[in-house]
Design a protein around this ligand. Structure first.
Ligand SMILES: *Cc1c(COP(=O)(O)O)cnc(C)c1O
Length: 435
């Protein structure tokens, strides 16, 4: 083999610590507020839905947090994940740029989400919790939490946005295979779901509604807590294993990235890749350009407003300082289901406010064009979400070709698209619109 294109680490190199960018922000973040009093929320306000150990982690100011051994043992089922150089994509684009991707699709659930589902289930079990309730859009988070709960002997109940429940049965079947109960949301299980259905029996659901249902279920069921797959500080924290491994792998490859790219829904896979590199930007004077990519039809960072807003439709969560399109925003049913959230992780929002990251958006047809180009050059079929990152990578690589620059581009390929082939079907048959 004349050229090495895969950079792997041994299991002993699975990170021992998560990295907390909160410690290193040059300006502190605005605290979450209680919606009634508008005072910063305390531990007690959140105890109804989260275990104390995770609330502490949510508020943690330490720079590094140790990863429990039992969590690392489960991470070892798929971590460290590979870093690949996409030489065939480089050739297809005739670019002098070097393109690298970190591949998170090797997890059992097919995405980065188990990086947080596993520790969340572990901390809940440590706290004596017996059952976790959550919501899911396209099913990536629900599937990941179902698997994690199974590994630690917890029950798992998932409120799945109705349109996905009906149109995308495969991840629902994954959840059920791992033993979770799955309800289409809005459901008849909760007061809020019944109210929404009474107003609109045909309601196809939204993440905001499903979150409200999962929180209501949590509050009303003994020994139950709630788990969220993105947005919160502790979720961004858990995902930093991605960037920590990548830093070592780029060293193996003997290169430094100039541009780092990830897609953003709630912001967690992007945070996981970007935050360890932002640490180097802040401590070691590195000058990476870091780009978050989102859909034109749900343009939270590029068109949203930085303000205090609710995480859910029923206005039950604390107010979070974040870029938001408004908690009653109903995104069109684009195929990158994971990117249909009205808000953005407060940590990612703060990084944007401080100018540490950039953001761009693309329409759906351009996303699938790049996804198919990637599949035809590298083989791997990406999920529609990371296909947003690929679109931005392609644009950067073409710019490098035009300017003759030998740029190094790194992106996070956060999941495979093998359960999203119906979207590819629409694209290939010319029936995919832009929303
Ligand atoms: C859930 C998901 C996303 C969006 O969530 P983030 O928190 O922004 O990472 C993106 N890609 C995939 C594959 C997902 O499963």
């Amino acid at each position: 083999m004349s050229q090495i294109t895969q950079f792997t680490l041994p299991a002993s190199e699975i990170p021992k610590q998560w990295y907390n960018l909160g410690h290193d922000f040059p300006e502190p973040m605005a605290p979450p507020l209680h919606p009634g009093t508008r005072e910063p929320v305390g531990l007690d306000d959140m105890k109804a839905i989260f275990p104390e150990n995770l609330i502490e982690q949510e508020m943690c100011q330490d720079e590094f947090v140790s990863i429990p051994d039992e969590v690392r043992e489960i991470y070892a089922l798929w971590r460290p994940t590979p870093l690949m150089r996409a030489v065939r994509l480089e050739r297809a684009l005739q670019t002098p740029a070097h393109i690298y991707y970190k591949y998170e699709g090797v997890s059992p659930a097919g995405s980065h989400k188990p990086n947080s589902a596993v520790p969340q289930a572990w901390y809940n079990r440590q706290a004596g919790v017996k059952r976790l309730a959550t919501e899911t859009g396209a099913g990536q988070w629900g599937a990941s939490l179902a698997m994690a709960c199974r590994m630690f002997g917890l029950e798992c109940v998932v409120y799945m946005v109705r349109v996905s429940f009906n149109q995308k049965p495969y991840r629902k079947l994954l959840m059920q295979t791992w033993g979770a109960s799955v309800h289409p949301s809005p459901s008849l299980e909760t007061d809020f779901g019944r109210k929404v259905l009474a107003d609109d029996p045909e309601c196809s659901g939204s993440l905001g509604i499903a979150i409200s249902e999962a929180i209501e279920d949590t509050i009303k069921t003994p020994d139950t807590k709630y788990a969220l797959g993105s947005v919160l500080n502790h979720v961004c924290l858990h995902q930093t294993v991605i960037g920590e491994e990548t830093i070592k792998q780029m060293e193996l490859a003997g290169e430094e990235p100039d541009v780092i790219i990830g897609c953003v829904g709630g912001g967690s896979n992007f945070a996981g890749m970007a935050f360890p590199f932002i640490r180097r930007k802040l401590h070691d004077n590195k000058s990476y350009r870091i780009i978050a990519v989102e859909p034109d039809s749900c343009p939270t960072l590029t068109k949203g407003e930085l303000k205090y807003d609710f995480g859910d439709t029923a206005e039950t969560t604390p107010l979070l300082m974040m870029y938001s399109l408004g908690h009653d925003f109903m995104p069109p049913s684009i195929h990158a289901g994971g990117l249909r959230y009205h808000g953005m992780a407060p940590m990612v929002s703060h990084a944007r406010k401080l100018g540490l990251i950039d953001a761009v958006s693309y329409p759906q047809d351009q996303i699938f064009e790049s996804a198919v180009l990637f599949a035809r050059s590298e083989g791997l079929v990406p999920a529609p979400e990371p296909a947003h990152a690929i679109r931005a990578v392609v644009d950067e690589a073409v710019r490098a070709r035009e300017s003759g620059e030998k740029k190094v581009i790194l992106f996070n390929l956060c999941g495979h698209g093998m359960l999203d082939l119906s979207a590819y079907d629409l694209y290939l048959s010319g029936a995919l619109g832009n929303d």
